[in-house]
Design a binder for this molecule. Structure first.
Ligand code: HEC
Ligand code: HEC
Ligand code: HEC
Ligand code: HEC
Ligand code: HEC
Ligand code: HEC
Length: 295
């Protein structure tokens, strides 16, 4: 296991904390203890940062699926991440795997989006407010996406061709070292709705590439609890308390399932959905809405 230098880790976690929320003096003091605690269980992510740079060359999904024909290819077309943008039989395209909002092609890497009045086509909204989380590899300079829906790259990052021999080289393989900050950076790059890129001012990250520390440039008020409540709880636990439980302790992406969450040790996050006392078969009712996504 790679253990990074103490200084590197503290720097990257510190950056995460300061940008994630306004850090008070007392937080800084109490953080010191936590920093020391987590020094040996996290990796520094500060070595990699792509803010404002060109989109890196990456292996496309077609290429990955050519080799991963069985286990992943058989379910991928149904995965909500593969259907963030999808065409109907007539070739008309929509955003939202369940809620379908009409889109219209507007040149390379661009869409117009139909407003709620169902009459007006908005020319700027998709590029300025939606593209970064519903399409793949948005160019920071032109705001044009490389491909619709979410390619493998959005989570697995820039793939190392040698991973075929050593799977530990591939992010999210069973052998890849689990770094909680890295994981919540990847999932949080889209699931922390309500954040803002400091460099671009847009409501999605500026050229985030898996492996980057999201919180260098993406400002999020982690005290928010209105929407995506357990997502914010989890990211806060990781950044503030050095928790090692992350999204993938509970979620299996390729099976589109959260079944394994039942085996996670009971902790505060359970109360976002279950009661503190009594059987876990009781689930608090929660509906997901988002002003950003307009539903
Ligand atoms: C910061 C990233 C981000 C941005 C920017 C963003 N979305 Fe989303 N959107 C998400 C995530 C993550 C979900 C899934 C949330 C969930 O399932 O709880 C989602 C869900 C949706 C859904 C519901 C999908 C379904 O069928 O259930 C729609 C529709 C949607 N977004 C449209 C939009 C539109 C339109 C815009 C731009 C105006 C936009 N989004 C901007 C991240 C984003
Ligand atoms: C939304 C994030 C995400 C996307 C997009 C994604 N993966 Fe994964 N992938 C994961 C995670 C997380 C795991 C670890 C196991 C799990 O949770 O399913 C994983 C595991 C895998 C595995 C290991 C086998 C398995 O089923 O556990 C393979 C192979 C794989 N992914 C290939 C792909 C390919 C090919 C694509 C694109 C077609 C892709 N992934 C897209 C997140 C993603
Ligand atoms: C040239 C063929 C080839 C290509 C292209 C390829 N892979 Fe692989 N991949 C393999 C082989 C072979 C293995 C090791 C055997 C196995 O575990 O399936 C592997 C292993 C993996 C694993 C680890 C599975 C585990 O056991 O945990 C993941 C995750 C993965 N690949 C994802 C991807 C993604 C994502 C892409 C595209 C960005 C990709 N692969 C492209 C051949 C390929
Ligand atoms: C590039 C953006 C992006 C990344 C990275 C991403 N997601 Fe998502 N995710 C979305 C969007 C957008 C949706 C909603 C898809 C839709 O319904 O249109 C979604 C949907 C989901 C859902 C709901 C699936 C369902 O069945 O309704 C879960 C759970 C989820 N993501 C977990 C994760 C986890 C865990 C990770 C990290 C391994 C991750 N996502 C990474 C954008 C992303
Ligand atoms: C302790 C387990 C646990 C952790 C940690 C966790 N989730 Fe979940 N998540 C769940 C369960 C269980 C559901 C299913 C809720 C339902 O069906 O109503 C869920 C649902 C979701 C959904 C669907 C919308 C919703 O809120 O119901 C999304 C999107 C999601 N999780 C993303 C994430 C992301 C991103 C992370 C990491 C930052 C994460 N989750 C961390 C257990 C967890
Ligand atoms: C995002 C919401 C969410 C979070 C967070 C969450 N759960 Fe759940 N849980 C659910 C939902 C929805 C169900 C019912 C469907 C299912 O089993 O996935 C459930 C079911 C369960 C069950 C099965 C109960 C039964 O008898 O059927 C157990 C056990 C459980 N959860 C444990 C936990 C634990 C432990 C935690 C914290 C580590 C947790 N849950 C966090 C939403 C959540």
């Amino acid at each position: 296991m790679q253990i990074c230098s103490k200084v590197g880790v503290e720097t990257s976690l510190d950056a995460a904390r300061t940008s994630a929320r306004a850090t008070s003096a007392t937080d800084k003091l109490s953080c010191f203890g936590n920093c020391l605690l987590v020094v040996f269980c996290v990796f520094g992510l500060e070595a990699q940062d792509h803010v404002g740079k060109p989109v890196p060359t990456y292996v496309t999904g077609d290429e990955c699926l050519f080799c991963h024909r069985v286990k992943v290819a058989d379910t991928w077309q149904q995965n909500p991440h593969a259907r963030t943008i999808w065409p109907n039989e007539k070739g008309e395209e929509f955003v939202g795997s369940k809620l379908a909002r009409p889109l219209r092609r507007a040149g390379y890497g661009k869409f117009d989006i139909l407003e709620a009045d169902k009459k007006t086509w908005n020319k700027d909204k998709f590029a300025n407010r939606c593209a970064g989380c519903h399409t793949t590899a948005v160019d920071p300079a032109t705001k044009a996406f490389s491909t619709t829906a979410l390619d493998c790259y959005t989570c697995h990052g820039v793939a190392d061709p040698n991973h075929t021999k050593d799977t530990a080289l591939m992010r999210f393989s069973s052998k890849y070292p689990k770094n909680a900050l890295e994981i919540v950076s990847v999932c949080g790059s889209c699931h922390l709705r309500g954040g803002k890129s400091r460099s671009s001012g847009l409501p999605y990250p500026n050229n985030f590439v898996p492996g980057d520390d999201l919180f260098h440039d993406f400002e999020v008020d982690l005290s928010q609890v209105d929407n995506d409540r357990h997502v914010f709880t989890n990211v806060r636990d990781v950044l503030k308390n050095g928790a090692t439980i992350t999204c993938i302790s509970c979620h299996t992406i390729h099976a589109d399932s959260s079944a394994k969450h039942r085996r996670v040790l009971t902790g505060a996050i359970c109360q976002d959905c279950h009661n503190a006392e009594g059987p876990k078969s009781v689930v608090k009712k929660h509906e997901v809405h988002s002003t950003l996504c307009e539903y």
